[in-house]
Design a protein around this ligand. Structure first.
Ligand code: MTE
Ligand code: HPA
Ligand code: MOS
Length: 774
């Protein structure tokens, strides 16, 4: 039997991506009478709106409509979780770049020109910009999440050694190639269809219905594909869809809103930057005895998903380590900056990076290889295997994976070589770091772990597949198609993958939390199994066999040495009035979490990974190159090793970019000054490690009952990038000739240079007995 599961099958749109024929929203043929929409963004950081004058904008020929929040026919609040996020500024602007008004015109240049003519009168209010300032003024969006086991304070006080410090971790722009875009078209009876680049069609549907003051059944949202989402289109596509829908409803004409790159970077949220404060007590072997940690994320002006993001940071502050006595607190800081949102890893990377940094500090304090300290603290298999939220880890494969990567990366020998190189090289220094990844799979908001699918078999044996998953390049469409093809025993060529639409599958969750293939794969499998069971009865009669003996494979149905084509069985079923359509549903079993007690099993299972990165730093300029990286990542029984390899490579590079070169910079007025690729550097092909070795774990099926025993892959490998940052820290220490160095993220060349200088200065001032730090 030719199987299509666990096979390296190319992305269904790969030829179209390469040829440029894959259609994104802005490539769709423009409907008759289309209006183009542009936004007026505030030029104040925090101010009361006294008056909005649209007259000059409306006077421009070609301008057809201009709206403010007052023109929204329904409820203008589009907050995904906690109310308080008007679709356009309502009486007050909360950040520099806050959308205040929308202008619709015959063409985009006219709309953009008119948008600049909107005159707003403001009265300035005081603004909070930084995390420190927010903490000091107790400016929070939501109450904190705390996890606590034992008595960390006492354990730290009683420990032989103690380190206390803080760490800044920068944010990250999603830099999807396709920016935010929506096209809304009015239909009969006040209905509207919105084509939107979104990870969450059902939420866009709900919020469009809300702003229009109508019900969900009159709004349809469709997304064929996104040119990248990375979390940036989990909630924040909705605002632009809603504005386009309001314009469409008001004018009776189709309306398209597409941000340009600068507006997209200014007006949409990013990865949360964090300030981490730690206090850690440990023994001579570097084993952590007590750990107190505060993780403060900058939420920006509105809650959006900040609560869940900070929760996930707290859940991942254990990284891969057993923390006997521990207190972790997550703070959701409210600032007058853009509202930060989901970004690949969803807070997890910030929590993990903090503790990986702390482990590195412990190692340097003790004068040991950080790898040994990691090993000493790694979660055990049958003991020391309970997380700070009291979930027992039952599937830990990190110890074996570590042995494998140590061998394949030749870590020990290279460590010695690098030390020898650094000893004789005055101005070029090498660094090496090896870090683990353990990432919890499931939405921590338990009810979101559900999915639906609709499978239609036509009487010629061809299949249309719909499910709630959205395609953003990550390959969820091909993976779910593989699941259905395998279940029905037919070739992938028999399956038509269609756009995700709210009128095919209702009430879906965002494609997020890496769970897209897990959830939708299971839902589609359930639908396909229903049809297969019905077809087995039909085929059994055709083959004179029991339905239970019938086998579906190779586009045929077989039993007792005979076979009929799948298409003939489908045709026969139709003739016999047997339904060839089914909807499937899936809800992840066995998960729960009680936020009040900080206990539960929020994750169905964990995905693991390890990476070792080597860097070469030019100590005159701070510039660096990644000379080698070895990655080993766990996808269980990968549904599609070609797709998964791409996910691992891409995620690593995105993580490396976040922690090393991507720097967001706001000025003292809260204006984002890095809002284009000219000032914001994302990694390119030239930034790949020169020697890049990427491997998926083999022969380890997921012990949890996931779809074909695979594991989610979208986010976890992003955190493999942490080793790139800590390799830089290693090189900085070598360059400064000191043990302790401070290196906040992103470790841009500028920050590397400054870190070397600071470490040298500090070392000169430091007492010789470093234990005095206790
Ligand atoms: N891969 C590509 N090419 N483009 C993307 O936008 N988003 C990531 C990841 N991989 C993304 C991607 C994020 S943030 C998530 S949560 C997952 O894909 C979502 O898809 P999945 O659940 O199907 O893995
Ligand atoms: N991950 C991603 N998106 C989410 C989550 C999560 O855990 N919870 C709510 N939205
Ligand atoms: Mo991904 S941050 O969960 O969209």
């Amino acid at each position: 039997m030719t199987s299509v599961i666990h096979k390296p099958i190319k992305h269904d749109s790969a030829p179209k991506h390469v040829a440029g024929s894959a259609r994104y929203i802005d490539d769709l043929p423009e409907p008759e009478g289309l209006l183009h929409v542009a936004l007026h963004l505030s030029d104040r950081t925090h101010a009361k709106i006294l008056n909005i004058d649209l007259s000059a904008a409306l006077a421009i020929p070609g301008v057809m409509a201009a709206i403010t929040v007052a023109d929204v026919p329904g409820d203008p609040d589009i907050a995904p979780v906690v109310r308080g996020e008007p679709v356009l500024a309502n009486g007050v602007v909360e950040f520099h770049g806050h959308p205040v008004a929308a202008i619709a015109a015959h063409d985009l240049p006219t709309a953009r020109r008119a948008a600049r003519l909107v005159r707003v009168t403001y009265e300035d209010l005081s603004a909070i910009l930084s995390i420190e300032d927010a903490i000091e003024k107790q400016s929070f969006l939501l109450p904190p999440l705390g996890l606590k086991r034992g008595d960390a304070t006492a354990a730290i006080a009683g420990a032989p050694h103690r380190l206390k410090g803080d760490l800044n971790i920068g944010g990250q722009d999603h830099f999807y190639l396709e920016g935010q875009v929506s096209l809304a078209e009015p239909r009969e009876d006040g209905d509207v269809i919105v084509r939107c680049s979104t990870q969450h069609p059902s939420e866009v549907q709900k919020l469009v219905a809300r702003v229009l003051g109508t019900s969900l059944n009159s709004v349809t949202v469709e997304c064929r594909r996104m040119g990248g989402g990375f979390g940036g289109k989990e909630t924040q596509a909705a605002q632009f869809a809603c504005i386009a829908a309001v314009i469409a409803a008001r004018t009776g004409r189709p309306a398209k809103l597409r941000l340009d790159r600068d507006e997209d970077m200014i007006a949409t949220g990013k990865r949360h930057d964090f300030l981490s404060r730690y206090d850690v007590g440990f023994d001579e072997q570097g084993r952590i005895l007590g750990y107190e940690l505060t993780l403060a994320g900058r939420g920006g002006w509105a809650a959006d998903l900040t609560g869940a993001v900070v929760d996930r940071a707290v859940f991942h502050a254990d990284s891969s380590y057993w923390l006997p006595d521990v207190t972790i607190t997550g703070l959701c800081c409210k600032t007058n900056t853009v509202s930060n949102t989901a970004f690949r890893g969803f807070g997890g990377p910030q929590g993990m990076a903090t503790t990986e940094y702390v482990i590195d500090e412990i190692a340097r304090f003790l004068g040991r290889d950080p790898l040994d300290i990691r090993r000493a603290n790694l979660y055990g298999k049958s003991a020391n295997n309970v997380t700070p939220y009291f979930q027992t880890i039952t599937d830990n494969i990190l110890p074996e994976m570590l042995d494998e990567l140590l061998a394949s990366s030749d870590y020990r020998r290279r460590r010695q070589e690098i030390d020898a190189f650094n000893a004789q090289s005055p101005h070029l220094k090498k660094g090496l770091a090896l870090t683990p990844v353990k990432f919890g799979i499931s939405f921590t908001t338990t009810f979101l772990n559900q999915a639906g699918a609709l499978v239609l078999v036509y009487e010629d044996g061809s299949v249309q597949l719909n499910h709630g998953g959205t395609e953003m390049g990550q390959g969820v469409y091909i993976k779910v198609a593989q699941v259905v093809a395998e279940t029905l025993g037919i070739g992938l060529d028999k399956i038509r993958i269609t756009a995700t639409r709210t009128d095919k599958v209702p009430n879906t969750s965002a494609t997020a939390a890496s769970a897209g293939a897990d959830l939708n794969g299971k839902a589609a499998e359930a639908a396909a199994l229903q049809i297969r069971d019905r077809l087995a009865v039909v085929a059994g009669a055709m083959l004179n066999a029991d339905a239970g003996q019938v086998v579906f494979a190779d586009d045929h149905v077989r039993a007792g040495g005979k076979s009929v084509p799948f298409a003939d069985v489908a045709h026969k079923a139709w003739m016999e009035r047997v339904s060839l359509a089914a909807s499937g549903f899936y809800a992840t079993p066995d998960i729960n979490f009680d936020r009040a007690t900080g206990r539960g099993r929020p994750f169905y299972y964990f995905a693991y990974g390890l990476s070792a990165t080597e860097v070469l730093v030019d100590c005159f300029t701070g510039e660096y190159r990644f000379t080698r990286a070895d990655l080993l990542h766990d996808c269980g029984s990968s549904l599609n090793p070609a797709i998964d390899l791409g996910q691992v490579e891409g995620a690593y590079i995105q993580g490396l970019g976040w922690l090393t070169m991507e720097e967001l910079w706001w000025d003292d007025k809260g204006r984002l000054r890095t809002h284009a690729p000219s000032t914001y550097k994302i990694p390119t092909a030239r930034d790949l490690p020169e020697d890049f070795r990427v491997q998926l774990v083999s022969g380890r099926a997921n012990p949890a009952n996931t779809v074909f025993r695979s594991k989610a892959v979208g986010e976890p490998p992003l955190m493999l990038g942490i080793s790139a940052w800590l390799a830089l820290k290693d090189a900085v220490a070598a360059a400064a000739g000191t043990r302790m160095v401070r290196l906040d993220a992103p470790a841009t060349p500028e920050r590397v240079l400054l870190a070397i200088a600071a470490a040298k200065r500090q070392d000169a001032a430091m007492p010789t007995d470093m234990a005095a730090a206790k």
